[in-house]
Design a protein around this ligand. Structure first.
Ligand code: SF4
Ligand code: SF4
Length: 332
């Protein structure tokens, strides 16, 4: 159980966060000229190696802190609302706390996606972050994960969301249910995601996965706030009709400082963040992504909702430089 002081601080921070969230939503609706969410990678290396994951290696060095600062300042200058630090495993970066501070000093909300392996009581108390998403990972035993969740329940003053995943050939889909139940018990918010396999492909859920997905969905009102129609379609292998605003409202900044559509579409636009302009964002805002119908990248769906009713998109112009890069990986 958290101490009374931790609970009080957590409530005060939740109030502050809700106010910032409301301001962010109002600003998002008022203007399309700024990114709502950026994922930034401070290190590609991960201490684990989940079977479905195509976002890690086991050798990369951390991005130099000064370079991280420059990238974060640029995101601030573009008017980004939320910056989520992802990886690899971001807790392997030696100056993660400075990176978080830099995000906040730019007036942006700071989030962290971690496998939680390095979260011990002292570290949880040290991290001055707004949101943490412990990644549900297939390489970690439920026992270890449960211990980490207890530590977070006890010490975290920040918002914790537990994301469970099904699909992608995970051998024990039942684990998602166990983790989801535990998250609810401990008072965390919780989401369920359907994931692609290691090659970026997504398959309709099998019977057991579907049963687990449906059970979690039945908890939606209580805790699983982000399940929505798009995931229902993915679960059945059906396409979604939506406008992906990646490259404009959502940016994925890799360890080399390049802007990509998302983790699953690296390589386009694939240009340095340092030279990324509002004109680039305006172009991508209006560019149709032909991988959209079967996309599983839920955070981009969520930020694109703000503009679902706005500006129809059109295919990218076939310029010579862009012709090959336009052939996006098809997520089926
Ligand atoms: S899913 Fe997360 S924990 Fe697992 S290998 Fe990928 S980056 Fe590491
Ligand atoms: S549709 Fe999905 S996979 Fe394609 S660019 Fe957008 S977020 Fe990435």
């Amino acid at each position: 159980m958290p101490s009374a002081l931790t609970s009080l601080r957590r409530r005060a921070k939740a109030l502050h966060r809700n106010l910032r969230g409301a301001r962010m939503a109002a600003h998002a609706l008022a203007s399309t000229e700024h990114p709502l969410l950026a994922h930034i990678i401070p290190i590609r290396r991960c201490n684990l190696s989940c079977t479905y994951c195509n976002e890690f290696d086991d050798f990369s060095k951390p991005v130099p802190t000064e370079e991280m600062f420059q990238r974060i300042d640029k995101l601030g200058a573009l008017g980004t609302a939320v910056v989520t630090i992802s990886g690899g495993e971001p807790l392997l970066h030696p100056d993660l706390d400075d990176v978080i501070r830099r995000i906040r000093s730019n007036g942006m909300i700071a989030g962290l996606i971690t496998n939680g392996y390095f979260l011990v009581a002292e570290r949880i108390k040290q991290i001055s972050i707004d949101n943490v998403n412990p990644d549900e990972v297939s390489k970690k035993s439920l026992k270890v994960l449960d211990k980490k969740l207890q530590l977070l329940a006890e010490h975290a003053e920040f918002h914790v969301n537990i994301n469970s995943v099904v699909g992608g050939g995970i051998s024990n889909p039942q684990d998602a249910l166990t983790i989801g139940k535990r998250a609810v018990e401990l008072g965390f918010s919780s989401t369920i995601g359907i994931i692609h396999d290691g090659s970026g492909q997504v398959q309709p859920l099998n019977d057991e996965e579907r049963r687990i997905y449906d059970e979690m969905k039945s908890w939606e009102k209580r805790s699983f706030t982000r399940i929505n129609a798009f995931q229902d379609n993915i679960a059945q292998g059906l396409p979604n009709d939506w406008r992906c605003r990646a490259g404009a409202r959502y940016l994925y900044i890799c360890e080399d400082g390049l802007v990509h559509y998302c983790s699953q579409q690296r390589g386009y636009p694939g240009v340095p963040l340092a030279t990324y302009t509002r004109d680039d964002m305006r172009r991508e805002y209006l560019t149709e992504k032909d991988c959209a119908p079967h996309c599983t990248v839920s955070c981009v769906h969520q930020v694109s909702v703000f503009d679902g009713w706005r500006a129809p998109q059109h295919p990218a112009p076939p310029t010579p430089a862009a012709t090959s890069a336009r052939e996006l990986v098809q997520i089926k």
